[in-house]
Design a protein around this ligand. Structure first.
Ligand code: SF4
Length: 336
């Protein structure tokens, strides 16, 4: 996978999307009120480049919607607006996201012509029942075929999964992660389900037909999923929706929305490692851990959540942390 670069985002909410998944209201997720036009691409690039260092070579990313389900002339118009910037070396590459049932060889060769390097597939689940209840409109088999087709055409592939969808369980999410690992993507994004207003899921939740996937549910499960992907050498490039004023201001009516969800998940991953180093024999004792440089706040947890959990579970007198030159997510017991 190429090193992470600055991103210049262009949002294409619902543009081209032939579906209405129960959880989706792209306009609220992206905060963009209408689909992008070629002139929006040019403006985003000019504004974005003006904010970056002159030698920065950012990635242009088309997010939201289902890019490759847009009529081809419109796809080409958006990409053509970016092409001069790519040819002049002002941007490094282009990425876009789409649905698994909206890619085929013809589309992929057109994307290659315009310099698209990365295709993100919104798979969400590899469980047929979850896909059906979420009204995704595609099967797990189609998702698998799409991932393989995109990869064998030479693109970087990012797979997106969701947790807590209707009909989903912890086991099903873990099984989806294992299926993803079998497809060897270049990275994954994990989006725990957020209940957005003006969506069918909101109505199901209000009617008591859908059990909310809470922030706590999501933190616990995503910590395990991240460990699974890490163990397979697959980068998790995002956990949770990008916070926006609208989401924080009430559009996220319930579910696993937290502006710092990724940090909560990282804190939980440290807590798991800290727990594994304590026993009943530590009751009443002061304990200390060594953690990597820059990771004390994750190891302590948000609002000292990890320290409170260890104190409650093991009855330790106090918990101290020291920074050491250690690999990420390494925790060692040291003398207090
Ligand atoms: S396919 Fe994507 S953009 Fe379309 S409704 Fe579903 S989540 Fe929203």
């Amino acid at each position: 996978m190429t090193p992470r670069r600055s991103i210049i985002p262009v949002f294409v909410p619902h543009l081209g999307c032939p579906h209405m998944c129960v959880f989706c209201n792209q306009r609220r997720v992206t905060g963009a009120p209408r689909p992008a036009r070629p002139e929006d691409v040019t403006r985003a690039l000019e504004d974005g480049l003006a904010r970056l260092m002159p030698d920065a070579k950012p990635t242009l990313a088309f997010y939201g919607g289902s890019f490759t389900a847009i009529p081809v002339p419109e796809q080409e118009a958006l990409l053509a607006a970016a092409k001069p910037y790519l040819d002049a070396g002002r941007i490094a590459d282009i990425r876009l996201s789409t649905r698994p049932d909206a890619v085929d060889e013809n589309i992929l060769s057109m994307l290659q012509k315009y310099g698209v390097r990365t295709v993100e597939l919104g798979v969400q689940s590899m469980d047929e029942e979850v896909l059906r209840l979420s009204e995704r409109g595609h099967t797990a088999h189609e998702a698998e075929r799409a991932a393989k087709t995109v990869k064998s055409a030479g693109f970087e592939v990012i797979l997106q999964m969701m947790t807590g969808l209707p009909g989903d369980t912890r086991e099903k999410s873990l099984a989806t992660a294992r299926s993803f690992i079998g497809l060897s993507p270049d990275g994954v994004r994990i989006y725990p389900t957020v209940i957005l207003r003006d969506t069918p899921l909101y109505e199901l939740w209000r009617a008591g037909s859908y059990r909310e996937h809470t922030v706590e549910d999501a933190v616990d499960l995503c910590a395990e999923l991240c460990d699974l992907f890490d163990g397979a050498g697959i980068p998790v490039i995002r956990v949770g929706l990008n916070p926006t004023d609208d989401l924080s201001g009430g559009d996220a009516a319930g579910g696993a929305y937290h502006p710092a969800l990724g940090e909560l998940v990282l804190g939980r991953r440290y807590l798991t490692r800290e727990r594994a180093l304590l026993t009943e024999a530590d009751r009443g004792r002061a304990v200390a851990f060594a953690v990597p440089f820059g990771r004390v706040s994750a190891a302590v947890g948000q609002k000292r959540a990890n320290i409170r959990a260890l104190t409650a579970e093991f009855g330790v007198k106090c918990v101290k942390f020291r920074e050491r030159d250690l690999p990420n997510l390494t925790v060692m017991r040291i003398i207090a």
